[in-house]
Ligand binder design. Sequence first.
Ligand code: GLA
Length: 385
Amino acid sequence: MPSTHLKQRAANVFQDVCGYPATTFVQAPGRVNLIGEHTDYNDGFVMPCAIDYQAVIACAKRDDGVIRLISVDYDHIQDSFVVNQEIKPTEDKLWANYMRGVVHFLKEKGYSLGGADIAITGNVPLGSGLSSSAALEVVTGQAMKALYELDVTQSDLALIGQASEHNFAGCKCGIMDQMISACGEKGHALLLDCRSLETKSVHIPEGVSIMIVNSNVTHSLVDGAYNALREQCEEASRLLGKVALRDATLAELGASSIKKGSDVYKRAHHVISENERTVACADALIAGDLQKVGEYMYASHASMRDDFEITVPEIDYIVEVLTEALGNKGGARMTGGGFGGCCVALMPTEMVPQVQAAIEAKYQAKTGIKESIYICTPQNGAGVI
Ligand code: GLA
């Protein structure tokens, strides 16, 4: 759905509930990660792009210091709190916590805020590895930035979104999702150095399409599996005597005291090799060498399946079908945190119909679950609409 529809929907509900029209509209996109999985919180490299699925807010200032959140998509449920009192997570409205956290951390960083009416809608599929939660965080920050003319950079909005996710939602995520939602660039993926937050734009060559296949097996990163993986990576880097796995090589891992084949060894093996693949894959994409890009993507998937152990049979099957259909003309892998969600494939545009047909013919027949397929083009990051 184009953002104009989301904007209209948010505007209508805002008017109905608040009884006056919204003054300001902002959006923040979800993302698909082309390569570089679970490398972000290891200070490594990722290469996501923002997609044409977004969170959209219609809002206006209030002069009584109250912030009222209105969920357009969940029966207009509301949450409200006072901006200059202590802001805490709620027990029952989990969606609101992501937004509360953003307001809390904006305040904590010293930005001066007032009240607001905020109607939120969106079409990023939930729990699918396309970063619906980062879109929600970033769009909230963007709304406060627009309403109160805050002098806050897009990278700082991303960091504030991440702080909200850590402290108000309980997921110790990296910085990839919030950064790409805040800073994405139309027509490009971003090679992001998650240590320095430097970005390099990587143009998606003409004639190359990005396909997302949603397994419709959903996950929840808040459930602890993600945090446990992060701890194993930190354990590996401690044992290697490094600040982060970003600083380690495969040779150092091989020569270390970490037992080959142990969980900690395998997690580190994935992260160290994935970092190398991500940087090399960006170079291959810049050179327009889709065959090489494909090799790195397939290798990334195998590493997530065998070393990081975050794929599920449905996801492995989608990648198998995509690999069969694409051969060395493109590449495919799981994208996102894992345990379900989506796969991403890069391919020559003329192959889209046949690849789509292969998935449609096989996935549901094998798993009993109907997939969703999105062809997406990289979009700009968050902003006023
Ligand atoms: C989730 C997290 C990100 C990143 C990915 C895995 O999307 O929010 O920070 O760690 O998983 O690459």
